[in-house]
Unconditional design. Structure first.
Length: 306
């Protein structure tokens, strides 16, 4: 399906949108206490847009839930609050900092000390607190190898763990949400989308995004070929090279583990051209924490990470 054909590309996006809306309505129909996990990133913003199409003029049949590590980009937090105020839906925020204090967890040490692994504890506690039986997320199959193994309805056991070898078949858009007490399902409505699909959909629907997705000048630390925004959350050494660069973000994670890319792309058309030209996945190019090992994401997901 070529991007040069506006009609065929539009039809393709219509198909993706229709499938995603169907999945969201299946969640509403099959589960008693679903939730939509919201990070403030482009994928979860698209999920909110799809939910508006699926359920308006009614209210969402689920709250938005943000697991806040405390290391977020302020632009993403500001956008989160602005969006929630605009659509008038319920937002639940639970903080990793509170979990660290309550459970006496040990934080990661080092230059880019991330709380990504500790998010799992807060997420599982939140699922238990509200008795969520389904959590909708914005993962896509093209992001990372472990995420490509997921089903659209992906069952977690009573401990929140995922076994990639024990998954249910999904045929003809039929999704099985039956679970035992204590289990929950992670649902991925945009699992069949790519990064390019997301950007084309954002452009077609004129969806607003946090400003950091577009080129801007920012002070960054140059580290092993990546540009990491300077902040109170990373350790600055005397030998570090710090400069001001024109950059943007392909993905919005924590400031401790998300690198920027040099870019002059200030419009959606510019970004789409960049994505078409790139040969590196967004996580492969910008996520420091995924470089720990080939199985880094899969190991976290097996333990309950989204």
């Amino acid at each position: 399906m070529g991007v040069e054909s506006n009609t065929s590309w539009g039809d393709y996006l219509d198909q993706l949108e229709s499938e995603s809306i169907h999945i969201m309505r299946e969640v509403a129909g099959q589960f008693e206490r679903p939730a939509l996990l919201f990070s403030g990133g482009k994928d979860s913003i698209v999920l909110v847009h799809l939910a508006l199409k699926a359920f308006r003029p009614g209210k969402f049949p689920f709250p938005l839930v943000h697991i806040d590590t405390g290391h977020n980009f302020q632009e993403a937090l500001d956008f989160r609050d602005q969006l929630v105020a605009t659509i008038g839906e319920k937002l639940i925020v639970r903080k990793v900092e509170d979990t660290i204090n309550a459970k006496g967890l040990t934080e990661q040490k080092g230059k880019f000390a991330s709380r990504n692994a500790l998010q799992t504890f807060t997420l599982l506690d939140t699922i238990e607190e509200f008795k969520f039986d389904a959590c909708i997320g914005g993962a896509r199959r093209d992001e990372e190898k472990a995420r490509a193994k997921e089903r659209i309805f992906s069952v977690r056991d009573e401990f929140g763990q995922w076994d990639p070898k024990l998954q249910r078949p999904e045929l003809w858009n039929t999704y099985n949400g039956r679970i035992h007490k204590g289990e929950n399902v992670r649902v991925f409505p945009i699992s069949n989308w790519t990064e390019l699909d997301i950007w084309n959909y954002i452009k077609r629907n004129n969806i607003e995004l946090p400003s950091i997705y577009f080129a801007h000048e920012r002070e960054v630390l140059e580290f092993e070929g990546q540009f990491v925004a300077t902040s109170e959350f990373i350790r600055i050494d005397d030998t570090d090279v710090i400069s001001k660069r024109k950059v943007r973000y392909r993905t919005v994670g924590d400031m401790t583990c998300t690198a920027a890319v040099e870019s002059t792309a200030s419009t959606l058309d510019d970004i789409i051209k960049e994505i078409i030209a790139t040969k590196t996945s967004e996580r492969g190019e910008t996520r420091i924490d995924d470089r720990v090992s080939e199985a880094a994401m899969e190991d976290r997901k097996k333990g309950g990470y989204f």
